[in-house]
Design a protein. Structure first.
Length: 147
């Protein structure tokens, strides 16, 4: 019969391989907990299965909880290939009226982040033909103000 230590070690390695495939950091803690239980069953061979399962649950969920508590994501969106704030301050021409309750369109002579036209949002109404300045990037839209 296969020793319990090898079963836990195999489960731990499978979970760590799954973590490497997904890269989410959630499965990591379950894999580490399984490896710890494998070492524990090697040190204490008479450990009952129910105690092993209880320790596995406590270790994996506890470490996952601790990681989620202290892990802080520094940025919620990706800015790959963009200089930070490069588009702020650019001036374009409003081609569709924009206001607090209506999204419009802004056009630039040179592309901004790969496009010459963008959806524009504004706190105050700006008419077609007016110039507007970019004050922020909000998802797929540019927040603008009158220039």
């Amino acid at each position: 019969m296969i020793e319990t230590m090898w079963v836990w070690g195999t489960i731990g390695l499978i979970l760590l391989a799954a973590e490497m495939a997904t890269g989410t950091f959630y499965v990591l803690w379950f894999g580490i907990a399984a490896l710890i239980i494998g070492v524990l069953t090697w040190l204490v061979p008479g450990l009952s299965v129910s105690v092993q399962l209880l320790l596995f649950a406590v270790l994996s969920i506890g470490s996952l909880f601790i990681w989620r508590t202290y892990y802080k994501k520094t940025e919620t969106h990706s800015r790959v290939g963009q200089a930070q704030g490069e588009e702020i301050g650019r001036v374009g021409l409003i081609i569709e009226a924009v206001g607090p309750t209506q999204n419009g369109r802004i056009q630039f002579t040179q592309g901004v982040m790969g496009s010459r036209e963008w959806t524009a949002v504004a706190n105050k109404a700006i008419e077609v033909g007016s110039q507007a300045e970019v004050v922020a990037v909000e998802g797929n839209s540019l927040r603008v103000k009158s220039h």
